[in-house]
Design a binder for this molecule. Structure first.
Ligand SMILES: [Zn+2]
Length: 437
C-alpha cells in the first residue's frame, strides 16, 4: 500500500532547506547507519514511560568513532574470547544451587508469552538446571491464532505452570487509544503493564529469583556485559540504561499513562484501582522480600535463532505460516495483532522499521550479511500492516483516514519528504550504498 500525505498535512514543514528542517523527539539531525549492521542512529533507547509525554526527547543508539553501534560492540564482546562462557555457566549453577527449593514451592519466575525466548529460558531452567519455575504472562492486547497456539504449546508440550493475567479490557483500550493519539505508541500500555508484572507476581508468591532473558546490551542499551542483574530502580540503575521505572516520589496525579496525567483520568471517573496494573510497585517491597533479578543472557550466550530452534524442539513452538508484515522473518513477536502497528509507528517516528531491526540482529549473529540485509530492507521495510488493520482500528475506535492523518503529525521533517505523491525517507542505508558505488 502506497502512502501519500494526508490532505490535512502541512507540507511546508517538509520543504524547507535541509538545515532548517524541524527535528522531532530530540533525534540526531544527521542520520547515520552503523557500518556493521545498518542500524540507524535514530533508534531510540528505553526511557521511563511514566514521564513519556508529547514533548519528551529520546536518548538514541550510540555509535563509536568508527561508526559502529553499541549493539554490535556488545555482540562482538560475546564471542571475542573475553567472556569465559564455561565459567559463566558455573556461576549459573551456583546461583541455582543457592535458590533451588525441594519442598515443591516455586524457586524462580519467568515472564513471557511462550515465544522462542521465554520458551527456551523456562525450559533450560526447569529441565537442565533442575529449578521449579513459575511462568507468568501479561496478555497481549489481541491474541493472534498463532500466538495463542504457541502459548498453549509452551505449557502443554513444554510442561509448565502458568498464570495468565488479562488487564481490564475497557481500560486497556482507553489507554491504547490515548497512547496512539498522544504518542503514536499503541504498544505502550502493554509495555507499562508487562515491565513490572513479573516483579509483582514474584512478590505475590514470595518467589525469590526473577529471570529475564537477553541482556539489553544486545540491542544497544548501555549496560556492561559484566552486569548480571537487572537494575532495580535506583538512580545508579538509571544510568545503566534500564530500570523498573519507579516513580521517585512523584505525585501520582502527575504520572503519565498514554501521555495523559493520572489526575485527568481520575477526574473523568476512571477508578484508581483500574490503573493499578500499569503502575510500578513499591521498591521497598522487593527489597524487604529480598527478590533477586538476573539476566539469563549474562550466563548463557544468547543467539535468537538458536532460541527459535530450541523452542521448536522442546516446547512445540511454531513459526508463523505467514511472513510477518514489514519484515521477512516468521518467528519474532507473533502473538499480538497490535505488533505490526507498534513497528509501523516506530518507522513513522524514527525511520527505523521491523526489517532493519530483524536484519541488524541477524547480521550481528552472522546469519546474513550486510548486502542481503539491504535487499531485504529494500523489499519489506515500512510495509503497512494491513492483515490486522481492521481489528486494530476497531480496538482504538479510529478510521484509517484518522490514523494516517495522525501518523503524518508524528513524521519528523528531518527524516521524511514527499516524492511523486508518496512519503519516503530522505536517507536509507540502501540509497547510501547506491550512491557509494
Ligand atoms: Zn551495529
Amino acid at each position: 500500500m502506497k502512502i501519500g500525505p494526508h490532505p490535512s498535512t502541512d507540507l511546508s514543514r517538509f520543504t524547507k532547506s535541509e538545515n532548517e528542517l524541524d527535528v522531532l523527539y530530540g533525534l540526531p539531525r544527521e542520520v547515520a547507519f552503523c557500518k556493521m549492521c545498518n542500524m540507524s542512529n535514530q533508534q531510540p533507547m528505553s526511557s521511563n514511560e511514566y514521564a513519556h509525554g508529547k514533548s519528551s526527547t529520546k536518548t538514541t543508539l550510540s555509535f563509536d568513532e568508527e561508526g559502529v553501534c553499541h549493539a554490535c560492540r556488545f555482540n562482538i564482546l560475546k564471542e571475542d574470547g573475553e567472556i569465559d562462557w564455561d565459567e559463566r555457566e558455573r556461576e549459573l549453577i551456583e546461583l541455582c544451587n543457592k535458590y533451588r527449593k525441594s519442598d515443591g514451592s516455586y524457586d524462580c519466575i519467568v515472564g513471557g508469552s511462550g515465544g522462542k525466548d521465554s520458551a527456551m529460558q523456562s525450559h533450560l531452567l526447569k529441565y537442565k538446571y533442575g529449578m521449579n519455575p513459575l511462568t507468568v504472562t501479561w496478555s497481549p492486547h489481541l491474541y493472534t491464532d498463532i500466538g495463542w497456539k504457541n502459548f498453549q504449546q509452551w505449557l502443554h508440550v513444554g510442561g509448565f505452570d502458568n498464570y495468565l493475567f488479562t488487564p481490564n479490557g475497557k481500560i486497556h483500550r482507553l489507554l491504547t487509544r490515548n497512547a496512539t493519539i498522544n504518542l503514536l505508541h499503541p504498544f505502550q500500555p502493554f509495555i507499562l503493564g508487562q515491565k513490572t508484572f513479573v516483579a509483582k507476581m514474584a512478590a505475590q508468591f514470595n518467589i525469590p529469583l526473577i529471570f529475564y532473558g537477553e541482556m539489553p546490551g544486545e540491542y544497544g542499551e548501555k549496560i556492561s556485559h559484566k552486569t548480571s542483574s537487572y537494575a532495580k530502580g535506583t538512580e545508579a540503575a538509571e544510568s545503566e540504561g534500564f530500570s523498573l521505572d519507579y516513580l521517585h516520589g512523584k505525585d501520582i496525579r502527575d504520572v503519565l499513562l498514554g501521555g495523559k496525567a493520572i489526575g485527568e483520568y481520575l477526574d473523568e471517573g476512571v477508578a484508581m484501582a483500574d490503573l493499578k496494573s500499569y503502575l510500578p510497585m513499591d521498591p521497598d517491597v522487593l527489597h524487604r522480600k529480598g527478590i533477586d533479578f538476573k539476566y539469563l543472557g549474562y550466563y548463557k550466550k544468547w543467539v535468537p535463532q538458536e532460541a527459535y530452534y530450541y523452542a521448536v524442539e522442546n516446547t512445540g513452538f511454531e513459526a508463523n505460516p505467514l511472513r510477518t508484515e514489514g519484515t521477512y522473518s516468521k518467528y519474532n513477536s507473533l502473538d499480538d495483532k497490535v505488533d505490526g502497528f507498534f513497528y509501523f509507528t516506530r518507522w513513522i517516528k524514527f525511520g527505523v522499521g521491523r526489517a532493519m531491526m530483524d536484519s541488524a540482529q541477524e547480521i550481528r549473529n552472522h546469519h546474513i550479511d550486510k548486502e542481503e540485509a539491504m535487499a531485504l530492507m529494500r523489499r519489506y521495510e515500512g510495509e503497512y500492516p494491513a492483515r490486522y488493520e481492521k481489528e486494530f482500528l476497531d480496538y482504538i475506535s479510529m478510521s484509517r483516514d484518522e490514523f494516517l492523518a495522525l501518523c503524518d503529525r508524528f513524521r519528523s521533517p528531518h527524516l521524511w519528504m514527499v516524492k511523486d505523491g508518496e512519503w519516503c525517507l530522505r536517507r536509507t542505508p540502501w540509497d547510501d550504498m547506491g550512491s557509494a558505488v
